[in-house]
Design a binder for this molecule. Structure first.
Ligand SMILES: Nc1ncnc2c1ncn2[C@@H]1O[C@H](COP(=O)(O)OP(=O)(O)OP(=O)(O)O)[C@@H](O)[C@H]1O
Length: 238
């Protein structure tokens, strides 16, 4: 089977700053790929490019054999690209349950379906007891869990996770680990995360970026001991 996500010389500039610089990535279907690197490495910009939130300055993105470089975010979502943001994006005036139900309905193209899948998702994310609470009243960690539930309700083929562990309590962090472990096998995941314990436990393959540039790709064991990666983090220039 071909790679589900391919970036070719993917580049995004902000004025003279090159946030993502000629990046070639290939991600296999069902792969759990983490992208790590120091602050400003271009990780969020990469996810924004794949989700269609921003356009590349140069280069291409292929998803499941299609060149999606010119597609907007809604069209990419319909193709099966789901995401969670660095700052959780939920509808604050809807209840927790309605947030998930609406996300599921968007994917299926209609409301009025059974709410059971939404309730099951909330249960998995530890939010069942907050189902009737307005999302605005949830804690930061709970909103983050809710956004994950919303993304999963869309049954994405490619799930983009931007720092899902940021701001979670220890209990929420444990639960997140379990949720990630239990994701459907066929779901491809691109995880940006600073918590390297989570990255190494979760990822099949880890890619390291620095200053927008590709540094290395390898298994967690390879990356953990890599000299090049240590240099990238320490700020030393190879
Ligand atoms: N809208 C923007 N306008 C100008 N510069 C931007 C913009 N978005 C990102 N950048 C710059 O692009 C570079 C990459 O940013 P990005 O947020 O992708 O890094 P990151 O690896 O996700 O960092 P962090 O780990 O801190 O979240 C940074 O130097 C950042 O300041």
């Amino acid at each position: 089977m071909g790679d589900i996500l391919i970036t070719e010389a993917l580049t995004r500039r902000y004025g003279s700053l090159v946030a993502v610089d000629r990046l070639d990535l290939r991600v296999a279907p069902g792969e759990r790929r983490a992208v790590i690197g120091p602050n400003g490495a271009g990780k969020t910009t990469l996810l924004d490019l794949v989700a269609g939130a921003i356009r590349p300055s140069r280069g291409r993105i292929r998803f499941d054999g299609q060149d999606i470089s010119g597609y907007g975010p809604a069209r990419r979502a319909r193709l099966g690209i789901g995401r969670i943001h660095q700052r959780p994006a939920v509808w604050p005036s809807l209840t927790t349950l309605d947030n998930v139900a609406v996300a599921a309905a968007r994917r299926r193209g209609g409301v009025g379906r059974s709410r059971r899948p939404a309730i099951e998702l909330l249960d998995r994310l530890g939010l069942a007891e907050h189902a009737g609470v307005e999302a605005a009243r949830l804690s930061h960690g709970q909103r983050r869990q809710l956004e994950i539930a919303m993304a999963l309700a869309g049954e994405p083929r490619l799930l983009l996770l931007d720092e899902p562990a940021a701001g979670l309590s220890a209990v929420e962090f444990e639960r997140l680990g379990a949720v990630l472990r239990d994701l459907p096998e066929g779901m491809t995941v691109l995880l940006v995360e600073h918590r390297l314990d989570l990255v190494y436990a979760f990822a099949d393959v880890v890619t390291v970026l620095r200053d927008g540039q590709y540094v290395a790709t390898g298994t967690p064991d390879e990356i953990r001991v890599s000299h090049v990666v240590r240099q990238a983090y320490s700020g030393a220039v190879a």
